[in-house]
Write a protein that binds this ligand. Structure first.
Ligand SMILES: [Zn+2]
Length: 507
């Protein structure tokens, strides 16, 4: 079988050339996967010249090469031209510093029609080689136009860009090559008719790809279950000679997101974590997110960013200690090679710009897979707080001193606080306060009845601390107020520690 196939390669090559395929298309329909042949046209000519000249004597009608017309299968995308250099110029101008790239080719739908037509033609002309049933995916093991294009131009583009052409799945930088073909719509119009007829026959199917616009997906869907007989009623096999070649539309590039992580301290009691906007109006001037992200986005030449953190604090709450872990997702960064020293400088710049408001540390690039750690353990991790509280009347003697005995893995029933009901659904959740101590702040000679004290807490993440203190009108049970038997309120709250060992410390 295999020998039989290979012995036919020369005649298949000849036949494809005759119907108007370029050398590279003829090669790829034979299924040749030696990429060096695609890179060098003369190697293909050498490989097949001998065969064709030997056979010429036996052929009754010498092949009529249609060299002046565009290739019927690739619309000249695989012909040797210098057009690919326009792609390189465009990519260079965008200034990406990625060290490798892959090209993502976007083909006009009519190229799929032409592909299908050539394959149907071959299966008729060379049924032994291209028998449809032999291959699970329907066709002989040919090389797609996209692969052949990459083999033809990948190295050439890589040389000019001075980047490695790496088509592995882990590639993060994409050069999106868009192919245009002015006769595309005209050539695809047969699909409309084909579909209308099928639709009439099986009226149970909804009209999925109606209208005048063809997308690659809709054409793929239309062709997937189309039999050769049906196809040939609407489209010529082999395809007609095109009048114009396809060309390159402006290139676009895209780099996958890069993630930068660190920890932040928040020293301001009038700063929110994310931009605080109500009814289109800013409530506070800046935010932790903006103070961190804007400088990083600029440095990495990203097109945008998404900020996330391990939980959030209220506008009037400070975050002290080692700080709160955060991550910034940089969208389409043009710069990705940033040295540890540059990261240090960047951290310095952010801190200088936000003196008294925030400070960050441990700024570093992290792999995407680590991001889950930021959200992982959201419920389990523990947090330490310090609060300045006031009891409006003096608590019973010894009540503050014995607080630590009463609060020992104390389970709270917390209904969603009134102050966050506008953005969170009403629910009752169980949260644990692991430990609490209180220490009276000596009053400065005032005659007031109220007692100030410093409360230190260790709680489960997600505990509403302010509500635990004042009780939120009975919506948190028990509360510090109910434990002490007096009315209590929070004057100031600080997060002292978020027990999450991520990201790693940077020297
Ligand atoms: Zn071609």
């Amino acid at each position: 079988m295999r020998e039989n196939q290979e012995s036919q390669h020369d005649s298949i090559f000849e036949c494809l050339t005759e119907i108007g395929c370029c050398e590279r298309c003829s090669l790829r329909y034979i299924g040749v996967k030696d990429t060096s042949l695609y890179k060098n046209l003369s190697l293909i000519q050498d490989k097949f010249r001998k065969a064709s000249s030997a056979e010429d004597e036996n052929v009754e009608n010498p092949p009529k090469r249609k060299k002046s017309c565009p290739c019927i299968a690739c619309l000249d995308l695989l012909r040797d031209t210098e057009d690919y250099k326009t792609i390189c110029d465009a990519v260079k101008a965008m200034g990406y510093d990625a060290k490798s790239f892959t090209c993502a080719l976007s083909l006009p739908p009519s190229l799929q029609l032409r592909e299908k037509s050539v394959l149907f033609f071959l299966s008729q002309r060379f049924p032994v080689v291209y028998s449809l049933s032999d291959f699970p995916n329907g066709f002989y093991n040919y090389v797609t136009l996209k692969d052949a294009w990459k083999w033809t131009y990948g190295t050439k583009i890589a040389e000019i860009l001075n980047k490695k052409n790496d088509n592995s799945p882990s590639q993060d930088f994409f050069v999106e090559v868009n192919i245009t073909y002015s006769d595309d719509e005209k050539e695809c119009s047969c699909l409309l008719q084909m579909h209308a007829d099928i639709f009439e026959r099986r009226s149970k199917y909804p009209h999925k790809y109606g209208g005048e616009v063809f997308t690659r997906k809709s054409v793929e869907a239309a062709l997937a279950d189309t039999s050769q007989e049906l196809f040939q009623q609407y489209y010529p096999c082999p395809p007609e000679t095109p009048l114009v070649p396809a060309g390159y539309a402006p290139v676009s590039c895209y780099h996958n997101s890069l993630f930068v992580a660190g920890r932040y301290n928040k020293y301001s009691r009038i700063l929110s974590q994310t931009p605080w906007v109500i009814d289109g109006e800013r409530r506070v001037e800046s935010s932790v997110q903006e103070l961190i992200s804007e400088i990083i986005v600029k440095a990495f030449k990203a097109q945008g960013s998404k900020f996330s953190a391990s939980g959030r604090e209220d506008v009037d709450v400070r975050t002290l200690g080692k700080g709160r872990p955060f991550a910034v997702e940089l969208l389409d960064p043009h710069r990705v090679h940033v040295s540890p020293q540059e990261l240090k400088d960047l951290q310095h710049e952010i801190n200088n710009n936000a003196i008294g408001r925030i400070a960050i540390r441990d700024l570093q690039i992290v792999p995407k897979e680590e991001l889950c750690k930021l959200k992982y353990g959201e419920e389990e991790k523990k947090k330490r707080y310090t609060a300045l509280c006031v009891a409006l009347t003096p608590p019973p003697p010894g009540a503050l001193e014995s607080l630590s005995e009463k609060v020992n893995d104390l389970v709270l029933h917390q209904k969603t606080p009134i102050r966050v009901l506008h953005r969170r659904p009403l629910a009752e959740r169980l949260r644990t306060v692991h430990a609490a101590t209180a220490e009276v702040v000596p009053s400065e000679g005032g005659s007031s009845e109220s007692v100030h004290f410093i409360l230190k807490l260790r709680t489960q993440a997600g505990t509403y601390v302010k509500e635990f203190v004042h009780g939120d009108f009975g919506r948190t049970e028990p509360s510090l107020g109910s434990l002490l038997g007096v009315e209590v309120d929070v004057l100031a709250l600080d997060v002292e520690e978020i027990e999450l060992d991520w990201p790693k410390e940077v020297e």
